[in-house]
Design a protein around this ligand. Structure first.
Ligand code: XMP
Length: 520
């Protein structure tokens, strides 16, 4: 079934994915394309309208990105944001000039005239631009202004073309979600049909069409994506699916048991559980370098999965939990790609010499959507809304050598931290990607350091637990969470009293940058 959709052209904005998420939150399907994607590729979506993102260029620079002709010829509504607005104005004969004052940060715009996008009056918005529009193109009216941008909002109500100098997609523009909702639903006329139930119905149909009567294999790591992808394929294919869960021993307290309980008992998935903690510990013996740990854990996971897969006489299909940001990032414009800093190694890459056809049911979903789909499929809230966790798990939070004893120490301390945060209501478990009170990520780290303490009149010489709790929007930058002192005191007390081998607890008060979120 083809759904109403919006095409977003990415001109290299840091916020392009945010635009897409906001449109999806309005329950309208959309896809992101590089601005110079082939017309057929974009038009295949049969979009009801276009959104042009911001970007770092200036329209009059040689080689600057421009609005493709097929967009202007489509007769469909267009919303240009920041650079997208300037490119639209420039393409239609308006004048864009570098501005003396660069405007970056909060601003107020005044909407002057009735229009379908923004009600007249004042709005708080987020600006981030250098150039500005001097003269709008013919047919356009200046609909709004700010102190530094006399032309902050333009529109051609006949052709349904709009331009915003500010960013409606960021949460610093409080009415931004409503502006985007009005554009896609009221102006483009898209129906709000993109709901977890319709996403599931669509996915089931796609999976069935792809797999037919063949068998499918899945590798479950304990993470949200592989669990939700596996649950979806189970719902589509039932007994044609076999899933292998490699328990590395590096998961948090209670997680391995939860995977088994939910996937096997509750959802009835044929789950082959491999208890592999001792093999992982053996492979990690004496290893302290974090990159080496990552490599060993990733490789062994694949080797064990491969052993199991061969026993199942290698089905043709393999389920993979690829999500939309991975897809977008690998096809983003070169400049945007270069500015993205981080790549991750996740446990569970493909065995090099095994050729599977991939089934990727989450390929078009953002993380929040994966979580909502997971819940709609019956996975528990505590499983789908948990905080991010590195692929190699506790292995990289146990600094120094990873031993069974040290892992257990770390697991217990981490469980205490999370339990106390949960009681205090500070574990961020919901909200669709918006920052809410509390922590975006909180965990314990075991340091390879011993120090002297005194317990019950006795000298101790034990290890140190570091607590890390951060607030962040995107995990690229982060600030340390200002947890209440009383709460930190309770956590510290509980850890030194309840976890054998720990006599000191410290709290990490560094932001990212210069530090990172994980320690390793
Ligand atoms: P850093 O430590 O670089 O981490 O500030 C940023 C975010 O990435 C998570 N992280 C990972 N996520 N596989 C993942 O899926 C990994 O290998 C991995 N390593 C770090 C980290 O927990 C934080 O949320």
């Amino acid at each position: 079934m083809m759904k109403d959709a919006i095409a977003i052209l990415d001109f290299g904005s840091q916020y392009a994915q945010l635009i897409a998420r906001k449109v999806r939150e309005a329950q309208v399907y959309c896809e992101l394309f590089p601005w110079d994607a082939a017309a057929e590729q974009v038009l295949k979506l049969e979009p009801k309208g276009f959104i042009l993102s911001g970007g770092p260029a200036s329209v009059y620079e040689p080689g600057a990105p421009f609005v493709p002709a097929y967009v202007l010829q489509s007769g469909l509504p267009i919303l240009g944001i920041c650079y997208g607005m300037q490119a639209l104005a420039y393409a239609l004969g308006g004048a864009v000039k570098p501005s003396q004052e660069h405007e970056y940060g909060p601003a107020e715009i005044e909407t002057l005239h009735e229009n379908p996008l923004i009600q007249p009056g004042y709005q708080r918005v987020w600006m981030s631009h250098g150039d500005r529009i001097e003269t709008p193109p013919e047919g356009f009216a200046v609909l709004g202004r700010s102190a530094n941008s006399p032309v902050a909002f333009i529109g051609d109500l006949e052709r349904q073309y709009y331009g915003l100098q500010f960013h409606p997609e960021v949460h610093h523009t409080p009415s931004g979600a409503e502006i985007l909702r009005r554009f896609v639903i009221e102006i483009c006329g898209a129906s709000p049909e993109w709901t977890p139930d319709s996403i599931i119905a669509d996915s089931l149909e796609r999976i069935r069409r792809q797999v037919g009567s063949e068998n499918v294999l899945s590798a479950v790591s304990g993470g949200v994506d592989s669990s939700v992808a596996t649950a979806l394929v189970q719902k589509a294919m039932g007994c044609q699916l076999a899933a292998v869960f490699v328990d590395t021993g590096m998961l948090r307290q209670g997680e391995a048991a939860q995977v088994r309980q939910v996937l096997q008992e509750q959802l009835g998935i044929e789950l082959i559980c491999v208890e592999a903690e001792s093999r992982f510990l053996e492979a990690l013996r004496g290893v302290t370098a974090p990159e080496e740990k990552r490599r060993i854990i990733g490789e062994l996971f694949i080797r064990i999965f491969e052993e199991q897969a061969r026993q199942l006489s290698l089905p043709r299909f393999l389920v993979q939990g690829t999500i939309y940001p991975d897809v977008v990032e690998s096809s983003a414009p070169e400049r945007a790609k270069a500015e993205r800093i981080k790549t991750h190694h996740n446990v569970g890459g493909l065995p090099a010499d095994m050729s599977f056809e991939l089934v990727e049911p989450l390929r078009y979903l953002f993380k929040d959507e994966v979580r909502l789909v997971g819940e709609a499929l019956g996975l528990p809230h505590s499983m789908v809304w948990r905080q991010p966790f590195p692929g190699p798990g506790l292995g990289v939070r146990c600094l120094g050598e990873v031993t069974a004893e040290r892992l257990e120490r770390l697991r217990q301390a981490d469980a205490i931290l999370r339990a106390e945060l949960e009681v205090a209501g500070l574990l961020r478990m919901d909200a669709r990607g918006e920052q809410v009170a509390g922590t975006a990520q909180a965990f314990a780290v075991l340091l390879p350091v011993q120090s002297v303490g005194v317990m019950g009149d006795k000298r101790t010489y034990n290890e140190v637990i570091a607590l890390r709790a951060v607030t962040t929007e995107d995990f690229m930058t982060a600030d340390w969470a200002r947890l209440p002192a009383e709460l930190l005191a309770r956590i510290s007390n509980r850890i030194v009293n309840e976890v054998a081998g720990v006599n000191r607890v410290v709290y990490d008060i560094t932001s990212k940058p210069p530090a990172t979120i994980e320690w390793e």
